[in-house]
Design a protein around this ligand. Structure first.
Ligand code: SF4
Ligand code: SF4
Length: 55
């Protein structure tokens, strides 16, 4: 399992990318994409100003 980004809420601000300890977040077509490398640490969840990430 991996954290999930709500594409309707994501503004593409990229605030979540650097916070991920396993570099699981990248940008894809203007919104954040989380790969299967995600360990569900939840570090990115609180970082998102749009509450677009859920675990
Ligand atoms: S939950 Fe943790 S490992 Fe998964 S994408 Fe967010 S920061 Fe990275
Ligand atoms: S921090 Fe939130 S709004 Fe910004 S790119 Fe990441 S998921 Fe999208």
């Amino acid at each position: 399992m991996a954290a999930v980004v709500d594409k309707d809420k994501c503004t593409g601000c990229e605030a979540c990318i650097d916070i991920c300890p396993v570099e699981a977040i990248s940008m894809k077509n203007g919104t954040a994409f989380i790969s299967d490398d995600c360990t569900e640490c939840e570090a990115c969840v609180g970082e998102c100003p749009s509450q677009a990430i859920s675990v």
